[in-house]
Ligand binder design. Structure first.
Ligand code: NAD
Length: 318
C-alpha cells in the first residue's frame, strides 16, 4: 500500500512503515494537485499535519483512499465526519505533542515577562543604554498565578511545568473533575498536586497574572477571550495562545494592549494562518511564533511512531 506523507513524517515512523511493507512517499504535493496525484500514483493513505487540507472535494475525487491520518491533535483541516461516512479510517495522534506545546508556552511566558522578543529585534540597531532602560520592568513567574483555560492534555502538561516553576495554577474547563497533576523533580522524583478545574472563566479570570489557552477551536467559531473577558482581567495580565487562531478575538486583543490592560502576549496561532495580521506581528508587546507548538524532534518522533503503529495495527495484516 502506498502512503503519501504530504507534510512529512519522522524518519523513525517512515522506517517502521517501510519495514511493515508500506511504500511511503514524502515529496510534497501542492494542495491543488493533491487529488490528481493521489489517483495517478495509486495512493491509499494520506498523512498530513496542519498544512495540507483534506476536504470533501479531495475525498470525493479520491475513491481509492482508505485512511487519512493527522500527525497532531486538531483535525480542523480534515472533513472527518464526511470521510468516516464514506468508510475512510481517520486517525490522529492526540497525546504525542502535549509536552512540546507546554514547553513552548513556558518559553513564551518567560519571554514576554522580560520582553525578550522585542529586545532581540532592536539590539543590532538601537542604543544599548536606551534599551537597558526600556526593558527594566521585567517580572518573575515564581509566585504568580497562571490561569489555564482548557484543562485537557496540554493544559495539564503545562500545569506540571508551571507548578514546578513555583506558580500558582487555576484551571478552567467544561469538566470539573479533580485532576492529579504529576510534577517531576529532577528525573527521579515526582510530586503530585490535585487541581479542581473551575467551570466559569468569568468567576476566576480576575485572579490571573498569566492566562494560557488550551481549548479546541470552538464549534460555533466564537472566541473564548474577547472584550468582555479583557474587561474582567487584571491590569498588566500576560496572555499566551498556542491553541487555535480565533480563540482570542484579535481586534479586541489589539485594543486591550493599546489601552495598557495587557502587558504582553505570545501567539503561536493566528486567525489568518498562514498570513497573520501585520499589526500583530509588529506589535512591540506581542511575541510570535509560526505555529511551532508541536515542532520538536521528540514530538515529531512520537507522532511518526504513533501513526506508524496505528496504521500497522489496522492495515498491515490485510
Ligand atoms: P484536549 O481535548 O485534551 O483538551 C481541551 C480541553 O478544553 C478539554 O478538556 C475541553 O473540555 C476544554 N474546553 C473546550 N472548550 C472549552 C471552553 N470554552 N472553556 C473551557 N474549557 C474548554 O486537547 P489538547 O490536546 O490539550 O489540545 C488543546 C488545543 O491545542 C487544541 O486546540 C489543539 O488543536 C491545540 N494544539 C496546538 C498545537 C500547536 O502547535 N500550537 C499543537 C497541538 C495542539
Amino acid at each position: 500500500m502506498k502512503i503519501l506523507a504530504n507534510d512529512g513524517i519522522s524518519a523513525v515512523g517512515k522506517q517502521q512503515l517501510e519495514a511493515a511493507g508500506f511504500t511511503v512517499i514524502t515529496e510534497k504535493v501542492a494542495q491543488e494537485n493533491l487529488a490528481s496525484e493521489v489517483n495517478s500514483q495509486g495512493i491509499e493513505m494520506i498523512l498530513v499535519r496542519s498544512a495540507t487540507t483534506v476536504r470533501k472535494d479531495v475525498i470525493d475525487a479520491c475513491p481509492g483512499v482508505k485512511l487519512i491520518g493527522r500527525g497532531g491533535v486538531g483535525m480542523d483541516n480534515i472533513d472527518v465526519a464526511y470521510a468516516r461516512e464514506k468508510g475512510i479510517t481517520v486517525i490522529n495522534t492526540p497525546a504525542s505533542s502535549s509536552q512540546s506545546v507546554a514547553e513552548l508556552v513556558m518559553g513564551h511566558m518567560f519571554a514576554i515577562s522580560r520582553s525578550l522578543n522585542d529586545s532581540y529585534k532592536h539590539m543590532e540597531t538601537s542604543d544599548f543604554s536606551a534599551l537597558k532602560k526600556k526593558y527594566a520592568k521585567g517580572v518573575e513567574l515564581r509566585g504568580k498565578t497562571l490561569g489555564i483555560v482548557g484543562f485537557g492534555r496540554i493544559g495539564q502538561s503545562l500545569a506540571s511545568y508551571a507548578l514546578g516553576s513555583g506558580m500558582n495554577v487555576i484551571a478552567v474547563d467544561l469538566y470539573t473533575n479533580p485532576v492529579n497533576v504529576k510534577v517531576p523533580i529532577g528525573t527521579t522524583q515526582e510530586a503530585e498536586v490535585e487541581i479542581i478545574p473551575h467551570a466559569s472563566l468569568h468567576d476566576v479570570i480576575g485572579q490571573m497574572d498569566y492566562i494560557s489557552l488550551h481549548v479546541p477551536k470552538q464549534a460555533d467559531g466564537s472566541a473564548v477571550i474577547g472584550s468582555k473577558e479583557f474587561a474582567l482581567m487584571k491590569k498588566g495580565v500576560r496572555l499566551v495562545n498556542a491553541s487555535r487562531g480565533g480563540v482570542i478575538n484579535e481586534d479586541d486583543l489589539i485594543v486591550a494592549l493599546n489601552e495598557g490592560k495587557v502587558a504582553g502576549v505570545a501567539l503561536d496561532v493566528f486567525e489568518n494562518e498562514p498570513n497573520p495580521r501585520k499589526d500583530l506581528l509588529n506589535h512591540e508587546l506581542i511575541a510570535c511564533t509560526p505555529h511551532i507548538g508541536a515542532a520538536t524532534l521528540e514530538a515529531q518522533d512520537r507522532i511518526g511512531e504513533e501513526l506508524a503503529s496505528l496504521i500497522i495495527g489496522q492495515f498491515a495484516r490485510s
